[in-house]
Design a protein around this ligand. Structure first.
Ligand code: FES
Length: 112
C-alpha cells in the first residue's frame, strides 16, 4: 500500500541545489523551489547525468551535461531539443519534513 514516507528535511534542501534520495532501488532528485518541493528521477533520460547536480530555471531543472531542461511538475522536456521525459514523484511538506508518496503510481481505488 502506498504511503507518505519522510525522505529529507527542509534544512537539507538548499535553494537551487538538488538532493539525491534513494528509495528502494530508485534514485530521485529532490528540489526546493520557493515554498514548493519537487521530486524527479535523478538519472537524466538522455544520457543518465545526475539531475540533482543540475541547475534550476524556474520550476525546471537544467541537466549539467547537455543542458536538457525538464519541468519539475511534469518531467517533460522543455525547449527546442527533446531529451525525452523524466518521471516525477509526488512529494509534499509536512512541517520541516519532505514526504514522498511511495511506492509511486499507486492510488487508492474505491470500487462501489
Ligand atoms: S545527459 Fe542530460 S541532457 Fe544529456
Amino acid at each position: 500500500m502506498a504511503e507518505w514516507i519522510p525522505v529529507a528535511t527542509r534544512a537539507e534542501l538548499e535553494e537551487s541545489n538538488g538532493k539525491v534520495v534513494t528509495q528502494d532501488t530508485t534514485t530521485l532528485a529532490v528540489f526546493k523551489v520557493g515554498d514548493e518541493v519537487y521530486a524527479i528521477q535523478n538519472e537524466c533520460p538522455h544520457m543518465l547525468a545526475s539531475l540533482a547536480e543540475g541547475s534550476l530555471d524556474g520550476v525546471a531543472v537544467v541537466c549539467p551535461w547537455h543542458k536538457g531542461k525538464f519541468c519539475l511538475r511534469t518531467g517533460s522536456s522543455i525547449g527546442a531539443q527533446n531529451y525525452g521525459s523524466a518521471r516525477v514523484y509526488q512529494v509534499k511538506w509536512e512541517g520541516d519534513d519532505v514526504l514522498l508518496m511511495w511506492p509511486p503510481g499507486q492510488s487508492k481505488l474505491v470500487i462501489k
